[in-house]
Design a protein around this ligand. Structure first.
Ligand code: SF4
Ligand code: SF4
Length: 101
């Protein structure tokens, strides 16, 4: 019988569509005006604008049924630049592995 070397066992593909929006628990500073509605904006302890996060840590603009961004067209610059599959993304997914959908 031919055995498969451990290194060839496929990792699940990294894609937002099967991810529990892990990165949407990070603090997101608003450094440019992309049109985020006021109800989703909070102020941090230094007076800077950040995305409002709910008690469980997730961004208030996240749809909890679909785990999709409800303001995708107006999402902050930082969210636009957070790259799927980048080291930061992998790190966030690792930290919340039990929440994969
Ligand atoms: S960018 Fe990465 S961590 Fe964020 S939702 Fe997509 S796969 Fe998940
Ligand atoms: S604005 Fe959208 S993409 Fe950015 S953290 Fe919130 S839900 Fe995620």
């Amino acid at each position: 019988m031919k055995t498969i070397p451990h290194t060839q066992i496929a990792e699940p593909a990294v894609t937002c569509s099967t991810c529990a929006a892990c990165c949407c628990q990070l603090e997101v500073m608003l450094i440019t005006d992309t049109g985020v509605p006021d109800r989703f904006i909070d102020t941090d302890e230094w007076g800077g604008e950040v995305m409002l996060r709910l008690d469980d840590g997730w961004c208030a603009a996240l749809d909890r049924d679909s785990m999709m961004c409800t303001i995708y067209e107006r999402r902050p610059l930082i969210c636009r630049e957070f790259e799927m599959g980048a080291p930061e993304c992998i790190e966030e997914r690792r930290g919340i592995a039990t929440a994969y959908r």
